[in-house]
Structures are given as structure tokens and as C-alpha cells.
Design a protein around this ligand. Structure first.
Ligand SMILES: Nc1ncnc2c1ncn2[C@@H]1O[C@H](COP(=O)(O)OP(=O)(O)OP(=O)(O)O)[C@@H](O)[C@H]1O
Ligand SMILES: [Mg+2]
Length: 253
């Protein structure tokens, strides 16, 4: 699935009736099967942009094309892992992770079978019958990730999916995502504050400025990446990282 944003603008009315211009004229494209990342300062509108792509927020101006056709109604097109995990407190972990497939009308037995295959890999084995409040932040985040994965949409929106994990588990999950990316055959838009994560996983990185946000840098990444550790001895990696850090540090606070 190819997704392309043309001149997307968004502002919010604030409590004091003033207008917060979050971004205007954002243009970006993710090709079928690619993963792109959005990096930018806190509050620059990354989650808002994902909400707009998902169709749960409406842009003021601009168009979104999916596979080159104008797509006004995008609700249900994407699997969306939101920044806050939205696990249902009254469902145990197993029943939470199959929610997406259940909503799509898949047979429960089949959903459970698929989910159980992944529990170990997601470090959730043994916790499948626990309720969300008994799990750590990282576990809840992994459960939400698994739920998004199992919902099996062609477009995946991931808003800081690994931010609640400690660094060891984070690199494990990043390596895992890199490895299964091909097999998943999904188009992915990832929001992250972690530059290394973006470089490891992305085909293209967009760096955003403070509000009113613009795209201040687009980095295409064409060199192979094997995992988090080997990347650290690759000169290409340092060049990309420097470009991104320069772009971010050029921003006024
Ligand atoms: N529904 C809303 N109503 C009013 N203002 C909003 C709304 N949603 C977001 N905002 C404001 O829009 C701006 C962008 O918010 P957003 O959550 O998209 O930022 P972000 O880039 O995802 O930040 P972070 O990196 O901290 O997650 C913020 O100033 C936020 O307060
Ligand atoms: Mg956000």
C-alpha cells in the first residue's frame, strides 16, 4: 500500500480561543512495503499526523492518497499502535491482543491460535491470562504491538512503539522488527524519538521542526543494516546520524 500526503495542514482551537497552527503543507510519501520514520521535537505534531492518516482526526487542508487514489474515508485501513497503550482493562492479555482480529470478524479460535504463536516472542508467555494492570509498562506496550500486528492491515502506524522498553529489550524488538519487516509485507509509518531506531529500521526518515512544523530534512537510507550492533561500525550510519542531529540541533528551542 502506497500512502502519500499532499499539503496537509492542521491547527487546533485552544481553550483561550487562540489557534495553534501545528503544521501546514506537510508532504510525504511511503511506498508499498517501505518503512518511513518521523522524528521531531515533542509537540511538533507527529501523533496528530498519524491520527490524520488513520482518519480519527481531520486535516484542515490537503489530501491523502492511498495507492494513488484520493482516500477520504481511511477508518479501518490501518493498524494503529497509539502512543498510549489502549488495552482494555477488563480483558485479559490474550483477549486484548486478539481484539483487532475479532473486530475484523475472524473466528476466535483462529485468532487465539495465531496470537499464541507470538506470545513467547513478545515476552508475554505466562501472562496471557493476566489483566493489563498486572503488567509492566513494557509488557503492556508489547501486548498493544502484538494486537496491532494481529489485526493484519496493510498499513501500520506505530507511535513510539518501543519507548517504554529498557534499552536491551528495545534493541531486541528493533532487531526483531527489522527481521520480520520483509515477511510482514506491510507499509509502516513509525514515529520515534530514537534516531538509531529510525536509522536501523527505515527506508526514509523525515525530520520535522518545531511548530508550525515543516519537514526540514528527508534522509533516504539505501545501505543494508543487519542489527543494532553491527550498524555501530558502519560509516554510513554515522553520516546519516550526523545529518539528523545537525537538523535537530539547528532548531530553536
Ligand atoms: N485534540 C487536540 N486539541 C488541541 N490541541 C491538541 C490536540 N491534539 C494535539 N494538540 C496539540 O498539538 C500539538 C501537537 O501534538 P502531538 O501530540 O501531535 O505532538 P507529538 O509530536 O506527537 O509530541 P510527542 O513527541 O510529545 O508525542 C501539541 O501542542 C498538542 O498540545
Ligand atoms: Mg506523540
Amino acid at each position: 500500500m502506497e500512502v502519500s500526503l499532499h499539503n496537509i495542514s492542521k491547527s487546533f482551537k485552544q481553550k483561550d480561543n487562540s489557534t495553534l497552527n501545528v503544521f501546514s503543507e506537510i508532504n510525504l510519501t511511503v511506498n508499498n512495503g517501505q518503512l518511513i520514520s518521523l522524528i521531531g521535537p515533542s509537540g511538533c505534531g507527529k501523533s496528530t499526523l498519524l491520527n490524520i492518516i488513520a482518519g480519527i482526526e481531520v486535516q484542515d487542508k490537503g489530501d491523502i492518497y492511498i495507492d494513488k487514489s484520493l482516500e477520504a474515508n481511511r477508518l479501518g485501513v490501518c493498524g494503529y499502535l497509539q502512543q498510549k497503550d489502549l488495552l482494555l482493562p477488563w480483558r485479559n492479555i490474550l483477549d486484548n491482543v486478539i481484539l483487532g482480529s475479532e473486530l475484523k470478524g475472524e473466528k476466535k479460535k483462529e485468532s487465539l491460535y495465531k496470537a499464541k504463536k507470538y506470545l513467547d516472542r513478545f515476552g508475554l508467555k505466562g501472562f496471557e491470562y493476566e489483566y493489563p494492570h498486572n503488567l509492566s509498562g513494557g509488557m503492556r506496550q508489547r501486548a498493544s504491538f502484538l494486537r496491532t500486528l494481529l489485526a493484519d492491515q496493510k498499513l501500520f502506524l506505530l507511535d513510539e512503539p518501543f519507548s517504554a522498553l529498557d534499552s536491551l529489550n528495545r534493541s531486541k524488538m528493533q532487531d526483531w522488527l527489522l527481521n520480520i519487516k520483509k515477511e510482514l509485507d506491510k507499509t509502516i509509518i513509525l514515529v520515534t524519538h530514537d534516531i538509531d531506531e529510525a536509522i536501523l529500521l527505515s527506508d526514509k526518515i523525515y525530520v520535522m521542526s518545531n511548530i508550525p512544523a515543516q519537514i526540514i530534512l528527508t534522509e533516504n537510507i539505501n545501505y543494508p543494516r543487519v542489527n543494532t550492533t553491527t550498524m555501530l561500525s558502519d560509516n554510513n550510519y554515522f553520516k546519516t546520524k550526523k545529518n539528523i542531529m545537525d537538523a535537530l540541533s539547528s532548531l530553536e528551542n
